[in-house]
Design a protein around this ligand. Structure first.
Ligand SMILES: Cc1ncc(COP(=O)(O)O)c(C=O)c1O
Length: 417
């Protein structure tokens, strides 16, 4: 007979009691998350998303995407899941790199890329001051990699230039400084397209100094679609590139990091170390594959809708502070005497509300033409009211400041809920 120590004897239960106890536990554990109204709720959510301008991360899987995804393989990705491996290989081939690695998010992909590039401190990462890596990843470069960040304000207000990178790269042996080890660019950045010639010039210089180039290409798909340039050509100047499936492409989850085989092998190690090694990811990889096939071709339509929105805003007299080069517009309604809050309040009060943040308008594959029309009606109506109340657009003033104005006014979206 098996001997059980006194310490564990309280765990022994008789068979009939065990059944009763188990059904109690099962009762406590079980959960039904589908409400009686879930179909209606989801239809309402899809409607809300079609009228949400705050981001393209709100895009949701369609029934067709999920149907395709359920046919994916059932492996465990810590041991190379087949559908996920097929996605990684495809993205590597598409971008002209040796290998790819599926990640849970763009933040994980960027941060693991930096961690993999950065070997022996002290070191720093050079970025545009608006870059997601520097501004919106919770200080990850410092936390995960112990890296300092050199954040530059581009003088042209649009993109960093070779000259700016050259002047601000930290090189040499002066022990006061943390040498620049990686230059991390972003394309698109706030929806704008980084000129490829400038990227190549920066890359040639950075590589000539023996340093690395990383690209946050969360929305590089938009550059490829808008400029009709291959992903390989766009990625060639970089040692590593992070691409997202869950933003403009409309997949539910996931990003892919690409680079050399050795780089990705090490990044796979860091992914596990960071707790980002996922298991049955086939369903996510297949959603991404569906997005590449059926949603990428929709981007030209999305960009055209953004341009239509921009043109109509200009016609109303609204100042456009960053043009619709792809799917985003930044605007300033003070030129018609209106505030972001006034617009958001009116938009919330519509029979079918619009969800707005501050100065950024993002158009995505699920944005409807009628959402754009309704937004324009709100702005047009407010402009007319202000004009009737005597608002006159002030003449432009000479720029007496340092020339820099942050165009990104972030406000929590106002919802009717
Ligand atoms: C340019 C850019 N890079 C990276 C990320 C991070 O992606 P995630 O939210 O999947 O972590 C975002 C998120 O919106 C982004 O806009």
């Amino acid at each position: 007979m098996q001997r059980i120590s006194y310490k564990f004897s309280h765990l022994i239960v008789r068979p009939h009691c065990k059944m009763a106890a188990f059904s109690t536990v099962a009762q406590q554990v079980k959960l039904d998350i589908l409400s009686k109204t879930h179909a209606l709720d989801n239809a309402a959510k899809r409607k809300e998303i079609s009228r949400t301008f705050i981001s393209d991360t709100v895009t949701v899987p369609t029934k067709e995407m999920y149907e395709y995804a359920t046919l994916s393989t059932l492996g465990d990705d810590v041991y190379f899941e087949p559908s996920t491996k097929a996605l990684e290989d495809h993205i590597a081939q598409l971008t002209g790199k040796e290998a790819g690695l599926f990640m849970s998010s763009g933040t994980a992909s960027n941060q693991i890329a930096l961690r993999t590039h950065l070997l022996q401190p002290p070191y720093s990462v050079l970025v545009d001051h608006r870059a997601h890596i520097s501004k919106y990843e919770a200080g990850g470069a410092a936390f995960h990699s112990g890296a300092a960040t050199t954040a530059l304000i581009p003088a042209n207000g649009h993109h960093l230039t070779l000259d700016e990178v050259k002047r601000n790269m930290i090189l040499g042996t002066d022990t006061h400084f943390a040498p620049t080890e990686v230059v991390a660019l972003e394309n698109t950045l706030n929806g704008t397209i980084f000129p490829q010639d400038e990227i190549i010039a920066i890359s040639d210089y950075v590589h000539s100094e023996g340093k690395k180039m990383h690209l946050d290409g969360a929305r590089l798909w938009h550059v490829a679609a808008e400029t009709e340039t291959s992903m390989k050509e766009l990625c060639d100047p970089f040692d590593s590139v992070s691409l997202c499936f869950s933003k403009g492409l409309g997949a539910p989850v996931g990003s892919c990091l690409v680079g050399s085989a050795a780089f990705i092998a090490k990044a796979r190690w860091f992914r596990k170390l960071f707790g980002g090694g996922m298991r049955q990811t086939g369903i996510l990889a297949a959603s991404a594959a569906y997005a590449l096939t059926y949603n990428f071709p929709q981007l030209p339509r999305v960009h055209a809708l953004a341009r239509r929105l921009e043109a109509a805003l200009e016609e109303i007299g609204v100042e456009i502070t960053s043009k619709a080069e792809t799917c985003m517009i930044f605007y300033d309604p003070s030129s018609i005497g209106v505030t972001y809050d006034e617009i958001a309040d009116r938009a919330t009060d519509l029979p079918e509300p619009l969800i707005l943040g501050g100065s950024r308008l993002v158009v995505h594959i699920q944005t409807t033409e009628s959402a754009v029309d309704d937004f324009l009606s709100v702005v047009r109506q407010l402009a007319e009211e202000k004009k009737a109340a005597g608002f006159v657009k002030p003449p432009p003033t000479a720029n007496g400041g340092n020339g820099y104005k942050d165009i990104y006014v972030r406000r929590a979206p106002k919802t009717s809920a």
